[in-house]
Design a protein around this ligand. Sequence first.
Ligand SMILES: [Zn+2]
Length: 358
Amino acid sequence: MIKSTDIGSLPFEGDFPRFNNSANTYAPGSDNSIFFQETVVQSFIDKLKAGVDVPTYPQFRDMCKMLLDNLDGIVKIEDGYAVTGKLNPKFKGIPEVSAINANEKTICESIGRKYMQRVCITGPYTLLSQIIQPSLDELSKLTDALKEVVRGCIHQSKLSNVELIVIEEPILGIVDDSRLDYLSRWREDILKSWDTLFHIPKTKGIKCGLHLHSTINKIFWDSQYLDIIETEVDDPLFTSNETLTLLNKHDKFLKASICKTNVNLLAKNLAQKTDKYVKLSESERLGQIWIDLKKGLIDPTKIIESPELMNQRLRNAVDRFGEERIIYAGPECGLKGMPNYKSAIACLERSSKVVSDL
Ligand SMILES: [Zn+2]
């Protein structure tokens, strides 16, 4: 049975600086943390109630900053970060995951059952892109720090389990990187870093995933402990003839991406189908539909793709790869860009129903 999942991010509604501050100073049980915990837990419950089988913590914060600003041994300078010594996470884990785990009883009571969780952690390759002139030594320091974060996210209890830990590497393959050429030291060390991080959940029976935005660089196939590959809806991985051979050869699995989240594209598609906008030029059309969305003249949930289209993508993936090679399905990442929180949750509700109806 394919399970529905999500990538994490959502639009934040409310006092973001307050949320961000309390995340950066999070300590379980402290009074300062109540607002942070309540926001995270409510949103996680919203995802479960939307029908997501294995939801991710709500990722309201910037995926790189939330990890890098938590490190001792690094300084923020104008164009990025500079490493000044050994890297140590101040909080050993992800505050959002910790807040969810600390409230598992409340969450179970609210949904009337136990639940599973997907945890995403920004990967070393993507984090290094924020560090000025990174070296292999810095990759190794970063891996040591990330090990502590991964360890802190593992949670297995009677009420809830972390089922899947995903290292997010959206930067990989986006620009050509000769450092990753076959047999190069960087390539070997990036693979080693991923497998060092994956080894920790693997020994606990937790699945390991890699979240990508491009699969042009084939390095990930050589990761020993990687189980699940995630990528965007239009990635050739989902249509290439060699994918099934590679999945079988390397014994890997897919998260099928069944729903697009690029909000400008979605708004454009809706405008093309709506009489009011058809007479306008393409740029006027996009401008006008955004004005109307912001004014509430159009229901923002209207921009979400149809269940038929999502179902078609899921069926195509199942036909091509077989149900046994697809463990999860859900929208691609980017729900943070949706017009509002409600429409992002509505998107999760729709895609999860498509998965459970299959
Ligand atoms: Zn992503």
